[in-house]
Design a protein around this ligand. Structure first.
Ligand code: SF4
Length: 328
Protein backbone atom coordinates (compact mmCIF):
# COMPACT_ATOMS: atom_id res chain seq x y z
CA UNK A 1 0.00 0.00 0.00
CA UNK A 2 1.34 3.42 -0.95
CA UNK A 3 0.98 6.49 1.16
CA UNK A 4 -2.41 8.18 1.31
CA UNK A 5 -2.76 11.43 -0.59
CA UNK A 6 -3.27 14.98 0.51
CA UNK A 7 -4.06 18.10 -1.48
CA UNK A 8 -3.71 21.57 -0.12
CA UNK A 9 -3.18 24.97 -1.62
CA UNK A 10 -2.50 28.58 -0.87
CA UNK A 11 -3.18 31.68 -2.91
CA UNK A 12 -0.10 33.46 -4.29
CA UNK A 13 0.11 36.23 -1.73
CA UNK A 14 3.90 36.59 -1.91
CA UNK A 15 6.27 36.39 1.05
CA UNK A 16 4.82 34.24 3.80
CA UNK A 17 4.49 35.45 7.37
CA UNK A 18 4.38 33.71 10.73
CA UNK A 19 0.58 33.44 10.50
CA UNK A 20 0.93 31.48 7.23
CA UNK A 21 3.58 29.33 8.87
CA UNK A 22 1.64 28.26 11.95
CA UNK A 23 -1.64 28.22 10.01
CA UNK A 24 -0.51 25.91 7.22
CA UNK A 25 3.12 25.58 6.25
CA UNK A 26 4.37 24.04 9.49
CA UNK A 27 1.68 21.38 9.21
CA UNK A 28 2.41 20.80 5.52
CA UNK A 29 6.06 20.07 6.32
CA UNK A 30 5.04 17.50 8.96
CA UNK A 31 2.44 15.85 6.71
CA UNK A 32 5.10 15.04 4.11
CA UNK A 33 6.33 12.15 6.25
CA UNK A 34 3.00 10.40 6.41
CA UNK A 35 1.28 11.30 3.14
CA UNK A 36 1.99 11.80 -0.50
CA UNK A 37 1.35 15.52 -0.62
CA UNK A 38 0.22 17.71 -3.51
CA UNK A 39 0.77 21.34 -2.59
CA UNK A 40 -0.47 23.92 -5.00
CA UNK A 41 -0.18 27.62 -5.61
CA UNK A 42 -3.85 28.43 -6.13
CA UNK A 43 -3.43 31.21 -8.67
CA UNK A 44 -6.83 30.73 -10.31
CA UNK A 45 -8.40 30.99 -6.87
CA UNK A 46 -6.66 34.34 -6.43
CA UNK A 47 -8.47 35.53 -9.56
CA UNK A 48 -11.89 34.67 -8.16
CA UNK A 49 -11.70 37.66 -5.85
CA UNK A 50 -8.71 39.68 -7.14
CA UNK A 51 -9.45 39.66 -10.85
CA UNK A 52 -8.90 43.39 -11.28
CA UNK A 53 -5.15 43.36 -10.80
CA UNK A 54 -2.98 40.34 -11.50
CA UNK A 55 0.33 42.15 -11.89
CA UNK A 56 1.94 40.69 -8.75
CA UNK A 57 1.04 37.05 -9.26
CA UNK A 58 4.26 35.95 -10.97
CA UNK A 59 6.62 37.53 -8.44
CA UNK A 60 4.39 36.37 -5.58
CA UNK A 61 4.64 32.78 -6.79
CA UNK A 62 8.44 32.88 -6.90
CA UNK A 63 8.59 34.39 -3.40
CA UNK A 64 6.23 31.74 -2.07
CA UNK A 65 8.17 28.84 -3.55
CA UNK A 66 11.31 30.20 -1.91
CA UNK A 67 9.53 30.30 1.45
CA UNK A 68 8.08 26.82 0.95
CA UNK A 69 11.47 25.31 0.21
CA UNK A 70 13.24 27.25 2.95
CA UNK A 71 10.62 26.11 5.47
CA UNK A 72 11.23 22.48 4.61
CA UNK A 73 8.87 21.41 1.84
CA UNK A 74 10.81 18.79 -0.04
CA UNK A 75 10.22 18.62 -3.80
CA UNK A 76 11.49 15.01 -3.84
CA UNK A 77 8.76 14.01 -1.40
CA UNK A 78 5.92 16.35 -2.31
CA UNK A 79 4.50 17.61 -5.58
CA UNK A 80 4.77 21.40 -5.52
CA UNK A 81 2.87 22.85 -8.44
CA UNK A 82 1.01 25.82 -9.86
CA UNK A 83 -2.71 25.27 -10.37
CA UNK A 84 -2.98 27.16 -13.68
CA UNK A 85 -0.15 25.11 -15.18
CA UNK A 86 -2.25 21.95 -14.86
CA UNK A 87 -5.08 22.70 -17.27
CA UNK A 88 -6.95 19.56 -16.28
CA UNK A 89 -8.15 21.44 -13.19
CA UNK A 90 -10.12 23.78 -15.47
CA UNK A 91 -11.58 20.90 -17.44
CA UNK A 92 -12.74 19.06 -14.35
CA UNK A 93 -14.09 22.31 -12.88
CA UNK A 94 -16.23 22.71 -15.98
CA UNK A 95 -17.50 19.13 -15.85
CA UNK A 96 -18.25 19.23 -12.12
CA UNK A 97 -20.10 22.54 -12.54
CA UNK A 98 -22.79 20.61 -14.40
CA UNK A 99 -23.46 18.55 -11.28
CA UNK A 100 -23.59 21.30 -8.65
CA UNK A 101 -27.03 22.88 -8.10
CA UNK A 102 -26.84 26.62 -7.47
CA UNK A 103 -28.30 26.41 -3.92
CA UNK A 104 -25.33 24.23 -2.88
CA UNK A 105 -23.09 27.18 -3.69
CA UNK A 106 -25.34 29.96 -2.49
CA UNK A 107 -25.67 28.41 0.95
CA UNK A 108 -21.87 28.29 1.57
CA UNK A 109 -21.27 30.38 4.71
CA UNK A 110 -17.97 31.72 3.36
CA UNK A 111 -19.75 33.00 0.25
CA UNK A 112 -22.49 34.74 2.21
CA UNK A 113 -19.99 36.21 4.65
CA UNK A 114 -17.71 37.49 1.91
CA UNK A 115 -20.58 39.23 0.13
CA UNK A 116 -21.52 40.97 3.35
CA UNK A 117 -18.07 41.86 4.59
CA UNK A 118 -16.00 42.61 1.49
CA UNK A 119 -17.33 45.83 0.09
CA UNK A 120 -14.36 47.16 -1.86
CA UNK A 121 -14.63 44.48 -4.59
CA UNK A 122 -17.53 43.28 -6.68
CA UNK A 123 -17.74 39.61 -5.74
CA UNK A 124 -21.09 38.96 -7.37
CA UNK A 125 -19.38 37.10 -10.17
CA UNK A 126 -19.88 33.64 -11.57
CA UNK A 127 -16.23 32.81 -10.77
CA UNK A 128 -16.52 33.75 -7.12
CA UNK A 129 -19.77 31.87 -6.60
CA UNK A 130 -18.25 28.83 -8.27
CA UNK A 131 -14.89 28.73 -6.54
CA UNK A 132 -15.88 25.86 -4.21
CA UNK A 133 -16.40 23.78 -7.37
CA UNK A 134 -12.91 24.71 -8.49
CA UNK A 135 -11.71 23.57 -5.07
CA UNK A 136 -13.62 20.32 -5.52
CA UNK A 137 -11.88 19.81 -8.87
CA UNK A 138 -8.48 20.54 -7.26
CA UNK A 139 -9.07 17.84 -4.66
CA UNK A 140 -10.88 15.20 -6.71
CA UNK A 141 -8.47 15.33 -9.62
CA UNK A 142 -5.71 13.89 -7.39
CA UNK A 143 -8.08 11.47 -5.65
CA UNK A 144 -6.91 13.00 -2.38
CA UNK A 145 -7.82 10.89 0.64
CA UNK A 146 -7.64 13.85 2.95
CA UNK A 147 -7.42 17.62 3.02
CA UNK A 148 -5.96 19.70 5.85
CA UNK A 149 -8.57 22.36 6.61
CA UNK A 150 -9.62 24.91 9.15
CA UNK A 151 -13.16 24.81 10.53
CA UNK A 152 -14.33 27.53 8.09
CA UNK A 153 -13.49 25.34 5.09
CA UNK A 154 -15.54 22.33 6.24
CA UNK A 155 -18.66 23.29 4.23
CA UNK A 156 -16.50 23.40 1.07
CA UNK A 157 -15.15 19.95 1.77
CA UNK A 158 -18.66 18.66 2.31
CA UNK A 159 -19.64 20.16 -1.03
CA UNK A 160 -16.68 18.35 -2.62
CA UNK A 161 -17.93 15.07 -1.15
CA UNK A 162 -21.48 15.76 -2.33
CA UNK A 163 -20.32 16.40 -5.89
CA UNK A 164 -18.11 13.27 -5.82
CA UNK A 165 -21.01 11.18 -4.50
CA UNK A 166 -23.34 12.50 -7.18
CA UNK A 167 -20.99 11.70 -10.07
CA UNK A 168 -20.06 8.32 -8.56
CA UNK A 169 -23.76 7.48 -8.14
CA UNK A 170 -24.92 8.63 -11.58
CA UNK A 171 -22.01 7.13 -13.51
CA UNK A 172 -19.26 5.05 -11.99
CA UNK A 173 -17.17 5.27 -8.86
CA UNK A 174 -14.25 7.33 -10.04
CA UNK A 175 -13.84 9.93 -7.35
CA UNK A 176 -12.59 9.47 -3.79
CA UNK A 177 -14.54 11.24 -1.04
CA UNK A 178 -11.87 13.13 0.90
CA UNK A 179 -11.77 13.30 4.69
CA UNK A 180 -10.76 16.37 6.62
CA UNK A 181 -7.65 16.74 8.72
CA UNK A 182 -8.86 19.43 11.06
CA UNK A 183 -6.18 21.79 12.23
CA UNK A 184 -6.74 23.66 15.45
CA UNK A 185 -4.30 26.41 14.86
CA UNK A 186 -3.97 29.38 17.17
CA UNK A 187 -4.75 32.53 15.24
CA UNK A 188 -1.87 34.97 15.45
CA UNK A 189 -2.63 38.65 15.39
CA UNK A 190 -0.30 41.19 13.81
CA UNK A 191 2.43 42.92 15.81
CA UNK A 192 0.07 45.86 16.40
CA UNK A 193 -2.70 43.67 17.81
CA UNK A 194 -4.90 43.96 14.70
CA UNK A 195 -5.61 41.18 12.21
CA UNK A 196 -2.33 40.06 10.64
CA UNK A 197 -2.29 41.56 7.18
CA UNK A 198 0.30 42.74 4.68
CA UNK A 199 -1.66 45.90 4.11
CA UNK A 200 -1.41 46.79 7.82
CA UNK A 201 2.36 46.20 7.73
CA UNK A 202 2.12 44.25 10.96
CA UNK A 203 3.58 40.91 9.87
CA UNK A 204 6.81 39.16 10.73
CA UNK A 205 7.94 37.37 7.58
CA UNK A 206 9.77 34.08 7.32
CA UNK A 207 12.33 35.96 5.23
CA UNK A 208 12.94 38.74 7.76
CA UNK A 209 16.52 38.90 9.00
CA UNK A 210 17.46 38.75 12.67
CA UNK A 211 17.68 42.52 13.06
CA UNK A 212 14.22 43.06 11.55
CA UNK A 213 12.70 40.36 13.75
CA UNK A 214 14.25 41.98 16.83
CA UNK A 215 12.91 45.40 15.83
CA UNK A 216 9.42 44.18 15.00
CA UNK A 217 9.23 42.21 18.24
CA UNK A 218 10.41 45.23 20.24
CA UNK A 219 7.56 47.29 18.78
CA UNK A 220 4.80 44.77 19.49
CA UNK A 221 1.84 45.97 21.52
CA UNK A 222 1.49 44.55 25.02
CA UNK A 223 -0.98 44.73 27.88
CA UNK A 224 -2.04 48.42 27.76
CA UNK A 225 -2.55 48.46 31.55
CA UNK A 226 1.14 47.74 32.11
CA UNK A 227 2.56 51.23 31.91
CA UNK A 228 5.47 50.91 34.35
CA UNK A 229 7.80 47.97 34.85
CA UNK A 230 6.39 47.51 38.36
CA UNK A 231 2.75 47.25 37.13
CA UNK A 232 1.41 43.73 37.26
CA UNK A 233 0.50 42.44 33.80
CA UNK A 234 -2.34 40.44 32.27
CA UNK A 235 -0.82 38.02 29.77
CA UNK A 236 -4.24 36.93 28.53
CA UNK A 237 -4.72 40.33 26.83
CA UNK A 238 -1.19 40.61 25.43
CA UNK A 239 -0.29 39.74 21.82
CA UNK A 240 3.31 39.02 22.82
CA UNK A 241 2.01 36.34 25.15
CA UNK A 242 -0.07 34.82 22.33
CA UNK A 243 3.13 34.53 20.32
CA UNK A 244 5.01 33.09 23.31
CA UNK A 245 2.36 30.35 23.59
CA UNK A 246 3.17 29.30 20.05
CA UNK A 247 6.90 29.94 19.87
CA UNK A 248 8.15 29.55 23.48
CA UNK A 249 5.75 26.90 24.78
CA UNK A 250 8.19 25.26 27.20
CA UNK A 251 8.59 28.49 29.22
CA UNK A 252 5.01 29.67 29.07
CA UNK A 253 4.17 29.18 32.76
CA UNK A 254 7.30 31.02 33.86
CA UNK A 255 6.45 33.92 31.50
CA UNK A 256 2.83 34.10 32.67
CA UNK A 257 3.85 34.08 36.35
CA UNK A 258 6.61 36.64 35.80
CA UNK A 259 4.19 38.95 33.97
CA UNK A 260 1.45 38.67 36.60
CA UNK A 261 3.87 39.28 39.47
CA UNK A 262 5.80 42.01 37.61
CA UNK A 263 9.08 40.13 38.03
CA UNK A 264 9.37 39.95 34.25
CA UNK A 265 9.45 43.18 32.26
CA UNK A 266 8.05 43.56 28.76
CA UNK A 267 11.48 44.38 27.31
CA UNK A 268 12.93 41.09 28.52
CA UNK A 269 9.79 39.20 27.59
CA UNK A 270 10.05 40.49 24.03
CA UNK A 271 13.76 39.60 23.90
CA UNK A 272 12.83 36.03 24.82
CA UNK A 273 10.25 35.99 22.04
CA UNK A 274 12.69 37.40 19.49
CA UNK A 275 15.17 34.69 20.48
CA UNK A 276 12.57 31.97 19.95
CA UNK A 277 11.56 33.42 16.58
CA UNK A 278 15.14 33.71 15.40
CA UNK A 279 15.82 30.12 16.51
CA UNK A 280 12.89 29.03 14.33
CA UNK A 281 13.88 31.19 11.37
CA UNK A 282 17.65 30.60 11.41
CA UNK A 283 17.57 27.20 9.65
CA UNK A 284 15.17 28.69 7.08
CA UNK A 285 17.59 31.58 6.47
CA UNK A 286 20.39 29.12 5.89
CA UNK A 287 18.34 27.05 3.45
CA UNK A 288 17.18 30.21 1.69
CA UNK A 289 20.81 31.18 1.02
CA UNK A 290 21.58 27.71 -0.30
CA UNK A 291 18.58 27.85 -2.63
CA UNK A 292 19.41 31.33 -3.90
CA UNK A 293 22.95 30.18 -4.63
CA UNK A 294 21.49 27.88 -7.29
CA UNK A 295 19.89 30.34 -9.77
CA UNK A 296 17.73 27.84 -11.69
CA UNK A 297 16.67 25.74 -8.75
CA UNK A 298 13.24 27.26 -8.05
CA UNK A 299 12.20 27.26 -11.69
CA UNK A 300 13.33 23.63 -11.98
CA UNK A 301 11.25 22.71 -8.92
CA UNK A 302 8.22 24.49 -10.37
CA UNK A 303 8.60 22.83 -13.76
CA UNK A 304 9.08 19.37 -12.29
CA UNK A 305 6.15 19.80 -9.88
CA UNK A 306 3.83 20.96 -12.67
CA UNK A 307 4.84 17.97 -14.75
CA UNK A 308 4.24 15.44 -11.97
CA UNK A 309 0.89 17.00 -11.06
CA UNK A 310 -0.27 17.00 -14.69
CA UNK A 311 0.53 13.29 -15.07
CA UNK A 312 -1.65 12.41 -12.06
CA UNK A 313 -4.40 14.85 -13.04
CA UNK A 314 -4.55 13.44 -16.57
CA UNK A 315 -5.01 9.90 -15.21
CA UNK A 316 -8.20 11.00 -13.45
CA UNK A 317 -9.38 12.99 -16.46
CA UNK A 318 -9.04 9.95 -18.71
CA UNK A 319 -11.44 8.15 -16.36
CA UNK A 320 -13.78 11.13 -16.04
CA UNK A 321 -14.00 11.61 -19.82
CA UNK A 322 -14.61 7.89 -20.28
CA UNK A 323 -17.49 7.63 -17.82
CA UNK A 324 -19.09 10.83 -19.12
CA UNK A 325 -18.72 9.53 -22.69
CA UNK A 326 -16.71 12.53 -23.81
CA UNK A 327 -15.10 11.75 -27.15
CA UNK A 328 -11.35 11.16 -26.80
S1 SF4 B 1 5.58 40.75 30.29
FE1 SF4 B 1 5.26 39.77 28.32
S2 SF4 B 1 3.24 38.88 28.46
FE2 SF4 B 1 3.39 40.40 30.09
S3 SF4 B 1 2.53 42.28 29.23
FE3 SF4 B 1 4.76 42.33 28.95
S4 SF4 B 1 5.07 41.50 26.89
FE4 SF4 B 1 3.03 40.92 27.56
Amino acid sequence: MGKKRILSGIRPTGRLHLGNYVGALQNWVKLQEEYQCFYMVADWHALTSDYENTSDIKSNIDAMYLDWLAAGLDPDQSVLFIQSKVKQHAELFLLLSMFAPLPWLERCPTYKEALQQITDKDLRTYGFLGYPILQAADILIYKADAVPVGEDQLPHLELTREIARKVNFLYEKVFVEPKEILSTVPKLLGTDGRKMSKSYENCIYLSDNEKTVNEKTREMVTDPARVKRTDKGHPEVCSVFDYQKVFTPDRIQEIADGCRQATLGCVDCKKTLAKSLNALLDPMRKRREEILAKPDYIQDVIREGNKRAAIEAEKTMVEARRILKMVE
